[in-house]
Ligand binder design. Structure first.
Ligand SMILES: C[S@@+](CC[C@H](N)C(=O)[O-])C[C@H]1O[C@@H](n2cnc3c(N)ncnc32)[C@H](O)[C@@H]1O
Length: 218
């Protein structure tokens, strides 16, 4: 009996410790209750790079339609980067093809008091990036959804993200930080072709986890 109790206690302790260890916050930027899971460390490093480089123009494809609600599942990017923009006198531009996604992201942005620091647009991202004229200090690619098994969707997603880079590359500069989501997935994820293309153009992988950070020559 004693042995069983000891065993159960050890298992329970291990479960609790595992949960605590895997719970990844972006505090102090956001309250500890928000868990950013597999994206936390790359998001933290991106924010450090943006601080270091004094980024002013942030641009993302694929809005956070759920605001902070899906910080772990989706990343809550519009709120994370919008908040950073507000705190650092910068501006985030975010585009999504789905008007309902943009509308919901707008509700979350307003609820967080980020309206003056975030511009949301409803458009195909490639068209939007093609018309973007400002210099981009930070680019986050997270639009066309990837699929773990459907190879046709995988290819379409990878092609789309490559088109995004081709559309915006004239606005990038040597200090631009690029972040690509959903990379550590079967067949290379969203970033496969983008990373190949950027590497050939002289960009380096700065950090590679579930998301990949790329910077020029460092
Ligand atoms: C994974 S979600 C974005 C998640 C968000 N970055 C976050 O952190 O919560 C992908 C989004 O890309 C959008 N999307 C898909 N195809 C697109 C396209 N061609 N142009 C712009 N947005 C697109 C979808 O409507 C969806 O809202």
């Amino acid at each position: 009996m004693k042995f069983v109790l000891l065993f159960v206690s050890v298992v329970l302790l291990a479960v609790i410790l595992r949960k605590l260890f895997r719970y990844k916050t972006l505090a102090p930027l956001l309250p500890r209750k928000y868990n950013f899971g597999k994206r936390r460390d790359t998001l933290r490093e991106v924010l450090r790079l943006l601080d270091e480089r004094g980024a002013k123009v942030l641009l993302e494809t694929g809005v956070a339609r759920m605001g902070l609600e899906k910080s772990k599942g989706d990343g809550a990017s519009t709120i994370v980067f919008g908040l950073w923009a507000k705190n650092n006198d910068a501006h985030l531009y975010s585009v999504d093809i789905d008007p309902e996604a943009t509308r919901r992201a707008g509700v979350a942005v307003d609820a967080m008091g980020l309206g003056d620091s975030v511009t949301l647009a409803t458009s195909d991202s490639v068209e939007y990036l093609d018309e973007f004229t400002d210099t981009v200090d930070f680019l986050y690619l997270d639009s066309y959804d990837y699929h773990k098994t459907d190879t046709a969707i995988q290819k379409a997603s990878q092609d789309h993200h490559l088109k995004e880079i081709n559309a915006i590359e004239g606005c990038l500069h040597d200090d631009t930080v690029i972040l690509i989501d959903d990379c550590d997935l079967p067949n290379g994820g969203k970033g496969k072709l983008v990373i190949q293309y950027l590497t050939e153009a002289g960009w380096k992988i700065h950090m590679s986890e579930y998301q990949v950070i790329m910077v020029m020559g460092k």
